[in-house]
Design a protein around this ligand. Structure first.
Ligand code: SAM
Length: 351
């Protein structure tokens, strides 16, 4: 296999060339997110003295835009990343008495909101945008991007989060079947079997797969072509798996239902079909036992051995969409990059 004849030196030379063609170089999620800010403000429709929870503060672009949009609004700024928490602390100094920074995961919210005196059914609005912040992407040591070589880490909670496994732990320890499943289920990667096989072979024949550069190279070799799509899928799969992101996203919608007052709004900006599906299933009421149903509602019928009242109960939702259709960027923007094409904003009001 060609992979085993590549020397480390060649590997790094080829990496620096290839990174230029990688998907993160222009028109990133941050750029798309910035473009969506006016749509977010429009759907949020903030009024005086509201308290808004930003569950994924990141670089604080959306939080700051909301603070500027109304001078009496308050923000609770949550992020699991200590760097984002630091940024939220700086924003709190810039807008005295209006920002409450919180360090932790969405799933920690009940224990974090209690001490602030935030009760259930009391918040006016909640926003979130899963994914990586530009701070995470631009720090090579965090291992989120194929653009620069760095340790294959990917823990959003940072290196101090020793209770979380790293992406390197996954590729160096999981068996071939599990690896292939992670790449298929989390990354929707069609060549999951080939890549999983190459990863396992690499453990015995090459060197520890412990850097973003080595992983990128391996994916290209396993696919027998330079496929930035496959690299993107593999990185996405590992990141979401390591950070338990889909469960956190599901939890975000369940907590929004708990903590918003009636008429409160939830807004979710996503950049991946799986993430959007989780949000959409919640908004349409297609949720079973607190989890999004794997099957769209339209396929539920008597053929599934369900009684009409059971189907009707499933269709009842605690949410009313703010707009009839999902908000996306315009056609001209969508041509510009993958992130621009896949950005989706869904807003709903608690009924
Ligand atoms: C794409 S950025 C958000 C950008 C933000 N909307 C802005 O305007 O700058 C996503 C952020 O969410 C954080 N995050 C992701 N999952 C989280 C979770 N389960 N709990 C708390 N923070 C999370 C990440 O650490 C990252 O900083």
């Amino acid at each position: 296999m060609a992979l085993f004849s590549i020397s480390t030196r060649c590997l790094y030379q080829s990496l620096s060339q290839r990174f230029r063609g990688c998907y993160l170089s222009t028109n990133t999620q941050e750029d798309a997110s910035r473009l969506m800010t006016s749509e977010i403000l429009q759907q949020l429709n903030v009024t005086a003295n509201e308290t808004i929870l930003d569950m994924t503060f990141g670089d604080g672009l959306h939080s700051e835009a909301i603070l500027k949009s109304n001078e009496s609004v308050k923000i609770i700024a949550l992020d699991r990343d200590p760097c984002a928490f630091q940024k939220a602390t700086e924003l709190a100094l810039k807008y005295p008495g209006r920002v409450n920074p919180l360090l932790g995961r969405i799933s920690d919210l009940p224990s974090l909101l209690g001490p602030l005196g935030i009760k259930r059914k009391s918040l006016d609005a909640i926003i979130f945008e899963p994914g990586c912040s530009s701070m995470q992407l631009h720090d090579a040591n965090r291992g989120f991007t194929c653009e620069v070589d760095g340790p294959l880490d990917m823990r959003m909670d940072g290196p101090q989060a020793t209770d979380f496994i790293t992406a390197a732990d996954v590729v160096m320890r999981a068996d071939e079947r599990d690896l292939s499943r992670v790449l298929r289920v989390y990354g929707d990667e069609e060549r999951n079997k080939k890549i999983a096989k190459a990863i396992v072979a690499c453990r015995y024949n090459f060197q520890p797969l412990d850097s973003t550069g080595k992983l990128t190279e391996l994916v290209h070799v396993a696919c027998a072509e330079k496929s930035s799509k496959a690299v993107r899928n593999v990185f996405y799969a590992l990141r979401t798996f390591v950070n338990n992101e889909f469960n956190e996203l599901n939890y975000a919608m369940l907590l929004a239902q708990e903590y918003l007052k009636i008429g409160g709004r939830v807004l979710a900006l996503t950049f991946n079909q799986m993430e959007d599906t989780i949000i959409k299933r919640h908004i349409t009421g297609n949720v079973m036992e607190n989890s999004p149903n794997p099957v769209p509602l339209k396929y539920y019928s008597a053929a599934f051995n369900m009684k009409p009242e059971e189907i009707n109960a499933m269709r009842s939702s605690p949410w009313k969409p703010i707009q009839k259709h999902v908000a996306t960027l315009g056609a001209a923007d969508k041509m510009k990059s993958h992130h621009f094409a896949v950005a989706k904003l869904r807003g709903a009001q608690k009924v």
